[in-house]
Design a protein around this ligand. Sequence first.
Ligand SMILES: Nc1ncnc2c1ncn2[C@@H]1O[C@H](COP(=O)(O)OP(=O)(O)O)[C@@H](O)[C@H]1O
Ligand SMILES: [Mg+2]
Length: 139
Amino acid sequence: MSKIVSFINYKGGVGKTTLAVETAVTLAKEHGFKVLVIDLDPQTNATFYLVDEKHWEQWAEERGSLKDIFDAAIAEETLDIGNLIMENRFDCVDLLPSHLELLPVDLKLAGKWGAESSEAKMIIKDNLGPVIDERDYDL
Ligand SMILES: Nc1ncnc2c1ncn2[C@@H]1O[C@H](COP(=O)(O)OP(=O)(O)O)[C@@H](O)[C@H]1O
Ligand SMILES: [Mg+2]
C-alpha cells in the first residue's frame, strides 16, 4: 500500500521543493523505499533539481510530462502514464516531470468542467493510482 506525502504551501521560497526532493532521495537511499517524485508545480523546480533542462526538453517532447495527463483527460484520450516516468540523476528515485505549460491547465479544466469542479484532483487520482500500484511504489 503506497503512501502519498505532499509538500504544499501558498508561500514561495519556503523550502517545499528542496524538502520534497531531499526527503524522497533520503527515504529511497537510506531506508530502501521505492519512491516516485511527482512534480505538480508548473515552476518545474523539482523536475530541474533531478534532471537537466536539455534532457527534460527532449523527454517532454518525445514522451511527455504531467501536463499530458491533463491534456489527455480533457481530450478524452488514453495515455500510457508509465511512459512519462523518468530516470534522473539519483538512481534511487523515479520522477514524473512537470511542465512549464501546466500553468493554464486550470483554465482549460474550468472550460470543460467548470471552475468549481474537483476534476483536477480526480484526474491525478484516477490516472496515477493504477501506475503507483502497478509499479509498487512505497511513497
Ligand atoms: N533548509 C534550508 N536551508 C537553507 N536554504 C534552504 C533550505 N531549504 C531550501 N533552501 C533554499 O531556499 C530557496 C527556496 O527553496 P525552495 O525549496 O525552492 O522553496 P519553494 O519550493 O517553497 O519555493 C532555494 O534557494 C533553496 O536552495
Ligand atoms: Mg518549489
